[in-house]
Design a protein around this ligand. Structure first.
Ligand code: CA
Length: 421
């Protein structure tokens, strides 16, 4: 097994097999810069590029000493692979360049505990899918009954909506409880005030690399060439606002107040060893959505943990897996662009809430507490059917390799009280 000279704990999400990209700053150097995570350190790619380490990839052009990853993301797979090869070589235990140069190490390796993370890229557009059959079925049962749980279009296309990119932030975040309209008892007049049904949604997001020209769809077989990497996504949701506003055009203010992503973008190449088969697709998708790959998805274990203000430890409230998703990322990309819509570097395509078949694998409190009918009992005896002020919710995800983990780190947020009045 390949190892780095940088010590990496066995349970670390960030061994040399991962090397995720992010944007960070420190108190001494507050300008955001691109870095790569290795163990408990961040390798400063701005400093590395200034020292000429990527000249064989980019010549004299500056691609990695930027405030965001967009330019690098737009360069495509060959450039990503070349940079990854260089980084893997420089960080390996057999390579003396960094390992034996204390001055260079001090200049380019930053302790992770001292960094502040920023959004990894400028996210121009954000799309949220609805691709877990279990989630769509659960929500359908609650709102339309068992017989009409899954609407007829669902098995034919990856249902989605265009979200809001301006309110996407990076973990850890404070999430202010939103104000809005709701009408919980279907009265003639709705009420206005703080949402009383705050929820999370456990999702994984794909960040787009090279885009496509408007009018030129991305074929499903080439779709993953357009994906730079994956992050965890928490699509914070105000269920009471959602229930009143969503007809007929879908979510609006119930979702647009905040979305949190994890700071480290895990490259597709690091996820390749964990590619696997997805659920059987029946009926067979239309030709433009037919994915010939035998392993179109990824075996990524996912968890949601909750901690209320009176708890010291976290409770794991959901364990699920990315492979449960019915529609693959490639199918989402193909469908998104088939009408001619152009994607751009940095666009975020979120998977939709990822629920499994088991009752503890549901990726939202709406499902875990079944619309409030079965509130969760936490380890300290408190009950939750929705998030209360001060509650903290953390998503995590990782792939288990033999002797190592490729992980996403954490995606965390804490609910703070609504504005008064
Ligand atoms: Ca969602």
């Amino acid at each position: 097994m390949q190892r780095s000279f940088v010590p990496v704990a066995a349970e670390s999400h960030f061994p040399i097999q991962n090397l995720p990209f992010g944007v960070f700053s420190t108190a001494e150097r507050p300008e955001p810069r691109i870095g790569v995570r290795i163990g408990d350190f961040v390798l400063d790619l701005r400093e590395m590029e200034h020292r000429g380490f990527f000249r064989d990839v980019f010549g004299d052009e500056h691609v990695l000493c930027k405030r965001s990853l967009n330019k690098f993301m737009g360069r495509g797979r060959e450039a990503w692979r070349a940079v990854r090869r260089t980084l893997t070589q420089l960080l390996s235990e057999d390579c003396a360049t960094l390992r034996d140069d204390a001055a260079l190490r001090a200049a380019v390796l930053v302790p992770a505990e001292t960094v502040r993370m920023h959004l990894p890229c400028e996210i121009g557009d954000y799309t949220d899918f609805y691709s877990s059959r279990e989630h769509a079925t659960n929500v359908g049962k609650m709102f339309r009954g068992e017989a009409n749980a899954l609407l007829p279009n669902w098995t034919w296309l990856p249902v989605g909506y265009h979200g809001r990119s301006s309110s996407i932030g990076v973990s850890p975040q404070e999430i202010r409880r939103p104000l809005g309209q709701s009408n919980p008892k279907d009265e003639p007049t709705p009420q206005f005030g703080p949402s009383r049904m705050m929820d999370f949604e456990l999702e994984v997001g794909a960040l787009i690399g090279p885009g496509n020209a408007q009018g030129e769809p991305i074929p499903v077989g080439a779709a993953l060439d357009h994906v730079f990497g994956l992050v965890l996504v928490n699509d914070w949701s105000a269920r009471d606002i959602q229930k009143w506003e969503y007809v007929p055009l879908g979510p609006f203010l119930a979702k647009n107040f905040a979305t949190t992503i994890s700071p480290w973008v895990v490259p597709m190449e690091a996820l390749a060893p964990f590619a696997c088969a997805g659920p059987k697709q029946e009926p067979e998708p239309l030709a433009y959505l037919r994915d010939a790959s035998a392993a179109p998805t990824f075996d990524i274990r996912l968890e949601a943990q909750l901690r209320t203000p009176t708890m010291r430890e976290w409770d794991v409230i959901c364990r699920t897996n990315f492979r449960n998703l019915y529609w693959s990322i490639a199918q989402q990309v193909a469908h998104h662009t088939v009408g001619g819509c152009n994607l751009r570097p940095g666009d975020l395509l979120a998977s939709g809430t990822i629920s499994g078949a088991a009752a503890d694998s549901y990726g939202s409190l709406l499902e875990l507490a079944w619309r409030g009918e079965r509130p969760l009992t936490l380890s300290n005896g408190e009950k939750r059917a929705s998030l209360q002020d001060g509650d903290e919710l953390t998503l995590s995800g990782w792939c288990d390799g033999v002797g190592y983990r490729v992980g996403f780190g954490e995606c965390s947020g804490r609910i703070t009280p609504a504005l008064s009045g």
